[in-house]
Design a protein around this ligand. Structure first.
Ligand SMILES: [Zn+2]
Length: 272
């Protein structure tokens, strides 16, 4: 509340700031801050800023303990803080089937070599979050590195399948609510690629997929000094993330906010 009052006090003391101070943003390590109560603390302050016309942004869905928590963080930011803009949002763009399947393949590879799953690793968190029901013994063997029988591998595969399906449903539900509410997502590709392990390559960035789903989008650099990048470079990265389907005119429309496609096309032609 102290920070919120400071911001509102500034606008009151210096009315000329009104058109310049328009948004507040929250940034930080989100891995352990995904629960409802983590968001409730700042809710009254954001409500007050909202009433004074401020837009609320937050950096969420970039890193997570489990993908489900990564989605939950976005869900809570949307429901409790009523954000207008989400920065990163990768947890809403990762394909859960692919994500969980690659975890399983990695873990099975270790298991064949008699290696267990390192405690505190992303694989360990995801495996422990799955619903093993009466098959806790299989989880135990995986964690310890006791080689699995063929039947146990099949059981692992089944548990993984249901985990992926449940997370996928939750993900689509949150993404659809975001689209309904008109909350936009800002893509920050350099940051996503370097700070998470869930985006193996730039081509895995979901920008183009979101574009096809009609998500309101934006582009940014996150922290251009630390990441040694700039806005144009981020645009080029996004363009190359899906060179077949993403058109430069479409990307420029997102980046500039210019909605007249023919006008942008003309500018591009004129450059030639
Ligand atoms: Zn960030």
């Amino acid at each position: 509340m102290d920070q919120h009052n400071l911001i509102l006090g500034l606008v009151e003391r210096y009315p000329e700031l009104e058109g310049c101070l328009t948004d507040v943003d929250t940034v930080g390590n989100e891995r352990d801050l995904f629960r409802k109560q983590d968001f409730l603390e700042m809710q009254p302050g954001f409500r007050k800023l909202h009433q004074h016309g401020f837009h609320i942004r937050s950096h969420h869905g970039e890193t997570w303990r489990t993908l489900r928590y990564g989605i939950q963080a976005v869900d809570n930011a949307m429901n409790i803080w009523h954000i207008d803009r989400l920065e990163h949002g990768l947890s809403l763009g990762i394909n859960p089937n692919y994500y969980f399947h690659s975890i399983m393949q990695r873990v099975l590879e270790w298991n064949r070599k008699g290696r267990g799953v390192p405690l505190g690793s992303m694989e360990a968190f995801e495996l422990e979050d799955m619903d093993w029901k009466e098959h806790g013994g299989v989880l135990g063997k995986i964690m310890d590195g006791d080689p699995l029988s063929d039947d146990e591998v099949r059981e692992f595969s089944r548990v993984k399948f249901y985990a992926a399906r449940e997370v996928e449903r939750y993900q689509h539900d949150v993404l659809n609510r975001m689209i309904d509410k008109g909350v936009s997502i800002t893509s920050l590709p350099s940051s996503n690629q370097r700070l998470t392990t869930s985006l193996p390559d730039y081509k895995d960035h979901p920008f183009s997929w979101w574009e096809r789903k009609n998500v309101r989008q934006g582009v940014g650099t996150d922290n251009y000094i630390t990441l040694d990048t700039d806005y144009l470079q981020e645009l080029v990265i996004l363009l190359l993330s899906d060179p077949k389907n993403l058109k430069i005119t479409k990307l420029l429309m997102v980046a500039t906010g210019e909605a007249r496609r023919p006008y942008l096309s003309k500018l591009l032609w004129d450059m030639g």
